[in-house]
Design a protein around this ligand. Structure first.
Ligand SMILES: C[S@@+](CC[C@H](N)C(=O)[O-])C[C@H]1O[C@@H](n2cnc3c(N)ncnc32)[C@H](O)[C@@H]1O
Length: 239
């Protein structure tokens, strides 16, 4: 899978995209991440990417030419991309969208800055507009990393334990069950005895019930019946 991230600050993304899951996916050649500075597609000697808004108002707006030229160049180089424009006004990104994007061969993420984009960038290319929540950041770089990581960890072979994404929160609609590790007793709080029983079927049933309770208490909106993450019995064995 190829991600192209269009940004004015590739250096801000460089370290993170070489670290942890994104770095592992790159090393295993399961994902490529191409950071592209669309300032390189300007044609004036000041390398101008933004200008004042027509009609007045605060701030600067990203000009259409460098961005459209950059996207067209990438598509000539690699073929068509699923093109995502990052904006607070987009549809809210979530796990279902991550699963959908994980099926794509090529995804392009466009990071805005300043007051956002000249509207003709929207008109000229076929975009899907995504937001990572109802708040405003200063740029699309953190949203791009958020989306890239949520997608890449779903690619087969990326996570160490193939099953771990299966029981994560949202994978089956609800939240994950409570997790414990050593020590067995911490400041008087004991690990639930069922987790020490070795009975994998009962452990799986307990986890499913805990996930269901947790979802209905904390996120009743997630499913009509209160939700619940079901865990395959073989997963219980791996924990
Ligand atoms: C300061 S914001 C521009 C906000 C714009 N004036 C508005 O009101 O919608 C600059 C850029 O940050 C990115 N951005 C900010 N918040 C975001 C969010 N919640 N989700 C996705 N992208 C976001 C977008 O790429 C946006 O173009």
């Amino acid at each position: 899978m190829l991600f192209a991230i269009l940004t004015l600050f590739p250096e801000a993304l460089e370290a993170y995209t070489h670290t942890s899951i994104l770095g592992i996916a790159r090393e295993k050649d399961l994902a490529q991440i191409r950071l592209v500075d669309f300032r390189d597609f300007t044609r004036d000697r000041h390398r101008t990417v933004d200008d004042r808004p027509y009609g007045g108002g605060p701030g600067m707006v990203l000009k259409p030419e460098p961005i459209v030229d950059c996207v067209e160049w990438l598509e000539r180089e690699h073929g068509p991309f699923r093109k995502v424009l990052l904006t607070p006004g987009g549809a809210t990104f979530g796990q279902r969208k991550a699963e959908e994007l994980a099926e794509c061969e090529r995804v392009l993420l466009l990071c805005g800055r300043y007051e956002g984009f000249d509207e003709r960038i929207r008109a000229e290319l076929d975009w899907e507009e995504l937001s990572i929540g109802d708040f405003v950041l200063s740029g699309g770089e953190l949203p791009a990393l958020t989306i890239a990581e949520a997608v890449v960890r779903l690619l087969p072979g990326v996570l160490g334990n193939e099953l771990s994404a299966e029981s994560d929160s949202f994978a089956n609609g609800g939240l994950e069950y409570p997790q414990y590790t050593r020590p067995q007793v911490f400041r008087g709080h004991e690990v639930p005895s069922i987790l020490l029983s070795g009975d994998h079927a009962r452990i799986a049933a307990w986890r499913a019930e805990e996930a269901r309770k947790r979802t209905s208490e904390r996120r009743p909106d997630l499913t009509a019946d209160g939700g619940g993450t079901t865990i395959p019995a073989r997963h219980a064995r791996d924990r």
